[in-house]
Design a protein around this ligand. Structure first.
Ligand code: ADP
Ligand code: MG
Length: 438
């Protein structure tokens, strides 16, 4: 009897072992869990491919790996991502962006009214929570989590199209500073998009995972995330396999949009000087803004860039209706871009210093520096950080895709994908406060 039992036991064990080892020889299963980075200005979705162990950041039909975090409402449709951004300058009152700044957040009286004045769309206060007022052929309000859900739905569909399977499960990242409520509302946004959230992880932890820091022996990791409109600096402490956030600081009014804005102001002045009128038509402003954004990205790679935009300038006193469009063109240099933004760039170091002080560390104690966010591609920013620490930061993973890459790895872990990985475990930081410099 006992012998029989042990034989059955051995057979079961052998089968389990064969199945486990055999996995690598079978055609790899499709990923079932996606990783989502719902950013303030850009969003991405990634998957971990069982078998190869590679992370794929999903591209849309045009090959773009990030979608703008904007949602636009027309009488006929609700559009998210690039289509929404395209309409942003033309349909400004019904195009909502930056919704992440509002999700799950409780506001004191008066604050939302002030926030509202910064945006072309209308933000109202519903019992301390933000809502956006939309007027198409009728007027209604939508919540920040609804905006989030449209972006997440878009990314769910991108992943489904790419993988050819239906996706129902995901892992999502949030800023380390998000409280329980903000996390819950982010999960709610995913639920509205038909996704079950298996794990919520902190963005800096995800970025550290993208560099494999959950698998190696490091102690102090400093993550600098400079995105479209926010700067987040986190000091992570790794103990065993666990990430602990030791300190957080940042500036929630500093990012790529501000750098673009400086260049836009500069070019607007040039238009005024050359043609006697500033661009006021929505179409003109839209085109100029796009050209300036493209020039900014070019200046990261090249010492100079051309801005060339046809402008109508029509409807103004100088060029009355019916006048042919003019061609505005100018060459801008990286040096000029750096001069226009020097004061803003220097602001990046303040929160870095703060987290070191709060974490009781000298800069020499930082083992790894991880750069995250599209704006950390800017050469001047990289230089400032390397010079401050006297060593080079980790930049091998695309900074704007570092978070989604880490979230996708976590998604692979949650999906139990081969090759099995060590999970990053986060110790919740309920009592930590973020120092804000804005
Ligand atoms: P989020 O803040 O939503 O997390 P990202 O990390 O994707 O956004 O950062 C977006 C910002 O990064 C945008 O302002 C964009 O202009 C900027 N950016 C992206 N690529 C570059 C680049 N090559 N050079 C300079 N800025 C860049
Ligand atoms: Mg980001």
């Amino acid at each position: 009897m006992a012998g029989e039992m042990s034989m059955i036991g051995s057979v079961i064990l052998a089968l389990l072992l064969a199945g486990y080892l055999g996995q690598q020889y079978l055609p790899p299963p499709k990923p079932k869990v996606i990783g989502l980075d719902l950013g303030t200005t850009f969003c991405s979705v990634g998957v971990f491919h069982p078998g190869s162990g590679e992370v794929e950041v999903v591209a849309d039909a045009e090959g773009r790996k990030s979608i703008p975090s904007a949602v636009t409402f027309t009488a006929a449709a609700v559009l998210a991502g690039h289509e929404a951004l395209e309409l942003g300058d033309i349909n400004p009152h019904n195009t909502v962006y930056d919704a992440k700044r509002f999700i799950g957040k409780k506001f004191e009286a008066g604050v939302l009214e002030e926030e509202s004045s910064r945006y072309p769309f209308k933000v109202i206060n519903n019992n301390g929570s933000a809502e956006f007022v939309i007027s198409t052929n009728h007027t209604f309000t939508v919540s920040p989590e609804f905006i989030g859900s449209r972006l997440l739905l878009k990314m769910k569909k991108m992943a489904e199209r790419q993988l050819g399977v239906l996706i129902q499960k995901a892992v999502i990242s949030v800023p380390a500073e998000f409280d329980e409520r903000q996390r819950n509302y982010t999960v709610r946004a995913a639920n509205l998009a038909g996704l079950e959230i298996l794990r919520v992880i902190n963005e800096p932890t995800a970025a550290a995972m993208a560099y494999g820091l959950h698998k190696v022996d490091v102690f102090n990791v400093l993550v600098v995330d400079l995105g479209g409109g926010t700067l987040d600096v986190s000091l992570l402490n790794k103990q065993g396999g666990m990430f602990l956030t030791r300190a957080m600081a940042g500036n929630n009014k500093l990012g790529g949009q501000d750098f673009s804005q400086r260049l836009l102001q500069y070019t607007t002045q040039l238009v005024l000087k050359e043609f006697g009128v500033p661009p006021t038509l929505k179409q003109d402003i839209h085109r100029l803004r796009q050209a300036v954004e493209a020039a900014k990205l070019n200046l990261t790679l090249h010492p100079s860039a051309m801005i060339r935009v046809p402008l109508n300038l029509h409807g103004s006193s100088q060029s009355p209706e019916g006048t042919a469009p003019v061609l505005f063109q100018t060459q801008v240099t990286r040096q000029l871009f750096e001069e226009l933004n020097e004061d803003l760039f220097l602001k990046v170091l303040a929160p870095v210093k703060t987290v070191l002080v709060e974490g009781h560390l000298e800069k020499e104690d930082v083992d790894e520096i991880v750069l995250v966010g599209g704006s950390t591609r800017i050469p001047r920013i990289r230089r400032l950080i390397s010079e401050f620490f006297g060593k080079d930061p980790n930049t091998s993973v695309d900074p704007d895709l570092a978070v989604v890459t880490g979230v996708a790895i976590q998604a692979g872990i949650m999906g139990g994908s081969w090759p099995l990985q060590v999970s990053a475990i986060e110790i919740p930081n309920r009592h930590l406060r973020k120092t804000n410099f804005s």
